[in-house]
Structure formats: C-alpha cells, structure tokens
Design a protein. Sequence first.
Length: 257
Amino acid sequence: MRHARYIDRGRIHEGVWEDGVLVNEEGRVVSEEQVIWLPPIEPRTVYGLALNYADHAVELNLEKPKEPVLFIKPNGSLIGHLAPIVYPKGVEYMHYEAELAVIIGRAGRRIRPEDAFEHVLGYTIANDVTVRDFVGNMFRPPIRAKGFDTFGPLGPWWIDAADVSDPHQLEIRTYVNGEVRQRGNTRDLIFRIDEVISFISSFVTLRPGDVILTGTPPGISPVKPGDVIEIEIEGIGRLKNPVVDEANDERAREVLS
C-alpha cells in the first residue's frame, strides 16, 4: 500500500494512492493537483549516507569508503511532492541526488544485519539536493551543502516493506525536464540496507520514524531555476519538484517566508 500525507482545505490528511488516484481517509477520491503534498511521514531523524555507490565516488574523484559515511539531513529541509526547490542566491553548482529512503518502524540498538529488515516499516523516494560549492574533500558532514530549506524532497508516498520484494534490485532514474540524467540500481550499493541499519544502531538507537537515505548512483549534473526534477524508483513511484529562483520567483518567497 502507498501511504500519503497532504493538506486539503486547510487540514492535514493521511490517505492512500490506489489504482492511480489519491484516496482520503473516508474513501473519497481527492484531486492530486489541488492538494498540497507533504513528506509522507514526519521523520524523527534523517540519516544521510554519502558515497554509497562506487561509481558515484569515482565521478567525484573520491576513494570508495571503508565504512558508511554518515551525515544528518535537517528536518527543516524536507518538502513534499510538487513543492518547489529553492535555488539559493549566489550558488554556482546545485544538483539532485536520487535515493531510496528506508523508514524505520521498530526501535532497536545493536541490530544484527540478519535482523535488520524486521525493523523496516517501508520505503519512499528522496532527493538529497546538494550545493557542490560547499562540499570539499577535507570536511564532513556537508550540512551547509545539503541543509538548505527545501533541499529534502520526500515522497510522493511511502510503500509498505512487505510490498517491496527485494530493495536491493530497484532501478533508479532521475529526469530533468524529461531527459534522463541519472540511472542506477540498488544492487550496486556498497553498503547494503541491512549493513547500514546495523552500523547506525551500533552507536545510536534507531526509533520509529527515523529515515535512512541510502546514497545516490552516478550521474549528477547541474540544475538551474526553471528546471523540473523527477526521480523514479521501480515499484515505488515518481517524485517531482520544480526548481525556482530565490531572487526572482514569488514561489520562493512564499516557501521561505
């Protein structure tokens, strides 16, 4: 099942995406164009994973990591499907990062890899938007690069873990203005989902609502105001967000006000 959160007539609702339409709690079809989509869950903590595809490390001229490279994605950066991503003033190189996001449903500490999937509630799509200007080889975590308001599109919905037969066999594609810019498959993750869950829980308790972004495949490229980014993950859906200019777009002023 695909679970969605949205605002309709001034109220937050939780509905489902079923047979190609958005259905509210009462079973009534709601126009997907007339609602304000929210991130499908309210995350407790969002853990980001850098350089988790070997070919992505290569395209950045960085070494393959020996253990998961983690950072925290600010909750204030999160937005929903169709919401605008604001291109900050003075930035030279902003890009998308298509990622499978894992939602934790059961708390755990020192989780063994073989038990990790018992703690997974479901999956959604994330766009870990990044300003490459602020990423250097000598410092992590890249909070400034990835933490701007609107830099965390999530959605459109989350899907039950039971409905994903193998999260390590999912095609990922990113489209910019309809053109395929990025393509990968979760089978190429350096650190698998069970390994990452075990690693994080070795030093912090994972709790329901925590989200883990599993990294992006190769194929990043610059985007600019006016572009539309769409991220598609096999079996889950397609997350779509326009890019707007902080300096010259009324939508940006509304989002940041």
